[in-house]
Design a protein. Structure first.
Length: 730
């Protein structure tokens, strides 16, 4: 039985989690090896313009993805922030935040985290302190208050009059996340800070300015750049009287002093955030928004009414545990969604390593996947994701894989073969569910999205298809080529082969199954769209011919086999006898494959890749790659992946809904925490992959790397569980 914590609902009925384990968190494998997880777990608060990681210790990280991924209060350690909270009661000081503070003491502090809030309730020798951080949700695809409302309620239960001073400090240290591990002397941009106060407004701020000897590193604000020369300013505003500000270039401190008679209560409210507009009006607007929050003295968001308008209630779901989890998944996707100033659109990042540790928006396929459930409950945001990705697509139909800095998109060393397929997957689902066929007539500027000739969504869709058909192309077996990799990027690393020899000869069965199953949905939707926007008839005809050719080749390659191969690579077929999961889910969705063959395929899957697994199918039946960074049973070498299991669930739902529902429940966080209760990464979010039953690290994120410093917070589990639920219950 775990004492990490438990789920409940706040007074508004929204899900919340109480963390009851001590910190620093630690756990060991059965073999005595230390588990590599952060010792101060992360929870996420956020809206489209604001990301706030709150820790069990009460520490928090102010993160911005508005221009580039950056931490505004970067700490001395990787992926850390600087803030301090304390209260002085009759001359004795009590630290409220930090690994050695009262927040780390399970006897003296309750830590509860929910939709839009983090709540810490302290008991201090006759005085109780409730410290609540609340974030207001975004209501449109381009808005959001980039700050949080801190509400501190102090109640005197000592029976005597006490004098108190509450202090709140936030550090000012702007650092791009992509550069957090780089030697500071190597960085071409330097930042200087200037502290100032506004007594009449009861506020203080630190203005951050970038400097560089290279003038092209400090272009105008609208220019694309890998380096961010236009950081936000950090501010703090008190809504309470008798607030004394102090500070310098390193941060801002607010002290509120007061006296409490027996049973008297004092409420302090402070707004802490950042603004990319240096004028007072933007800060005033942010503060006015947050000042409207309710005064809270319990575990609930000050903006709970606003979150209730955003989060569906799933009232038709009779399983209350599943219903609560579904609402939690919606909340997390909303909190992770991030507005891009450069592209003027909002997307949902992958999180975890790519965004929160490496500081880049990667990869394009992830952005498409995360938007799949949005087509059901937030189509405006789904459309913004589509528009964002179209703006990251060249007029030639190439979708840029990775974005870093301010709009700087590139493919780095990759030439992947599946990005267009994931675009077609999201586009087909958006059109199928929303019937917004007029979207195909909407215009965007393709990459680099500034001063470009506008193209319609229909035109760019055609260019992406031509890129898939001609640039990616098909190989000797008539299947879609692999290039350096498809979904499984690890193919690029694990196999030590001369890529100049195999780059244009490899073929992907996953890509081929995707093309067949996705186009069978997309083509009818484009035909409907053609009725209102035209210019799609030739594309539909070409897509139909392309699909027929891939289908013919795929079925011929499969022959009488019970399951398809994985790929042709380096002159060899992979997956003749050893099942790989990559193509199976999309194969189950192919209309032309008979139900009998689908059932046979699924039975083979149950024997080969479900055997011994607790959450779902692992990526390989018997991992066959040899690499020091990929244990057999880890990551792309036999681990469990939400992105691979989701398509399987959708495929199974087409011939056995009850079985699909069972598979979905096995993939939930609730089931993960039941199977692996000793790991905090099992409860409220997860990495994109989880180690399989084949290795001792089963149930954990990849342990060959050190996850001890990385936020285990990924959009994959939230998006795929939600999307599968909606698809099953259509």
């Amino acid at each position: 039985m775990s004492n990490i914590g438990h789920w409940s609902s706040d007074k508004m009925g929204l899900p919340c989690f109480e963390y009851t384990e001590k910190i620093p968190y630690s756990a060991k494998l059965d073999n005595g090896t230390d588990v590599k997880l952060p010792d101060d777990p992360w929870f996420l608060l956020g809206n489209y313009r604001f990301t706030l990681f709150t820790h069990i210790s009460g520490e928090y990280e102010l993160i911005s993805g508005h221009r580039s991924w950056a931490r505004v209060n970067q700490g001395s350690k990787r992926n850390s922030g600087v803030n301090l909270s304390a209260i002085i009661v009759d001359g004795e000081k009590y630290a409220l935040t930090g690994m050695d503070s009262l927040a780390a003491d399970t006897e003296k502090c309750r830590r509860i985290f929910g939709c839009g809030f983090a709540n810490y309730f302290y008991e201090i020798d006759g005085v109780s302190v409730n410290r609540n951080l609340s974030v207001k949700p975004s209501t449109e695809v381009d808005n959001g208050a980039s700050a949080f409302l801190l509400t501190v309620t102090v109640k005197n239960k000592s029976g005597k009059t006490v004098s108190c001073t509450y202090s709140e400090y936030v550090g000012a240290n702007f650092e791009g996340i992509q550069f957090q591990t780089a030697p500071k002397e190597w960085l071409p941009l330097k930042y200087t800070n200037e502290y100032s106060e506004n007594v009449s407004d009861n506020s203080a701020k630190v203005t951050i300015t970038a400097h560089s000897d290279d003038p092209l590193l400090v272009p105008d604000r609208e220019s694309m750049s890998k380096h961010d020369a236009f950081p936000p300013l950090l501010f703090m505003k008190s809504l309470s009287e008798n607030t004394a500000f102090s500070g310098d270039s390193s941060g801002i401190n607010a002290d509120v002093s007061f006296t409490l008679a027996p049973d008297e209560e004092k409420t302090i409210r402070i707004i802490i955030g950042y603004s990319f507009e240096y004028g007072a009006s933007m800060q005033d607007n942010i503060c006015a928004e947050l000042a409207s929050g309710k005064i809270v003295s319990e575990p609930v968001c000050a903006f709970a009414d606003d979150w209730l308008k955003i989060i569906p209630d799933f009232e038709g779901e009779k399983d209350e545990v599943l219903r609560r989890e579904l609402r939690w998944h919606v909340y997390n996707l909303e909190a992770m969604a991030t507005y891009s100033e450069y592209y003027g659109e909002t997307k949902i990042p992958q999180g975890t390593i790519y965004d929160y540790d490496w500081g880049c928006h990667a990869s394009a396929r992830d952005n498409f996947q995360h938007a799949l459930p949005l087509v059901y409950y937030n189509p405006k945001l789904a459309k913004s994701v589509l528009r964002y990705m179209l703006k990251r697509t060249t007029p030639f139909g190439e979708i840029r894989l990775i974005e870093s800095g301010n709009g700087y998109a590139e493919n780095e060393r990759y030439f992947t073969s599946d990005q267009q397929l994931y675009f077609f997957l999201l586009l087909s689902e958006y059109l199928r569910v929303t019937k917004d066929y007029a979207f195909m007539s909407e215009k965007v500027q393709p990459y680099p999205a500034k001063n470009q000739t506008e193209m319609t969504a229909a035109e760019l869709t055609e260019k992406c298809f031509i890129f898939l058909r001609d640039t990616i192309g098909t190989g000797a077996h008539g299947l879609v080529k692999l290039l350096n990799s498809d979904w499984n990027d690890a193919v690029y690393y694990i196999e030590k082969v001369p890529y100049n020899n195999i780059f244009l000869t490899g073929e992907s069965h996953m890509n081929s199954a995707m093309a067949i199953s996705i186009f069978q949905t997309l083509i009818p939707q484009l035909k409907e769209a053609a009725k209102c926007c035209g210019q799609l008839d030739r594309l539909c005809e070409s897509m139909t011919l392309y699909r027929s050719n891939i289908l013919r080749a795929y079925l011929a390659d499969m022959g009488e086999r019970s399951f398809p191969r994985r790929m042709y690579f380096n002159g060899e077929p992979y997956g003749d006898d050893n099942m790989f999961l990559e193509p199976q889910g999309f194969t189950l969705q192919i209309n032309e494959l008979s139900e009998d063959r689908k059932r046979l395929l699924y039975e083979e899957m149950k024997k080969r890749v479900y055997s011994g697994e607790k959450l779902g199918a692992r990526e390989q039946e018997a991992p066959e790659f040899e690499d020091e960074g990929f244990d057999k049973g880890s990551r792309e070498n036999g681990g469990f992946w939400y992105a691979l299991n989701g398509p399987v669930i959708i495929g199974v739902s087409q011939f056995d809904k009850a079985e699909a529902e069972r598979l979905l429940k096995n993939m939930t966080l609730q089931h993960l925490s039941e199977e692996f209760p000793q790991y905090w990464s099992s409860y409220w979010s997860a990495a994109d992959n989880i180690e399989s039953s084949l290795i001792p690290e089963e149930g954990l994120p990849d342990q060959s790397l050190t996850y001890a410093n990385i936020p285990v917070y990924c959009a994959h589990p939230h998006a795929w569980i939600l999307y599968c639920y909606y698809r099953i219950n259509e």
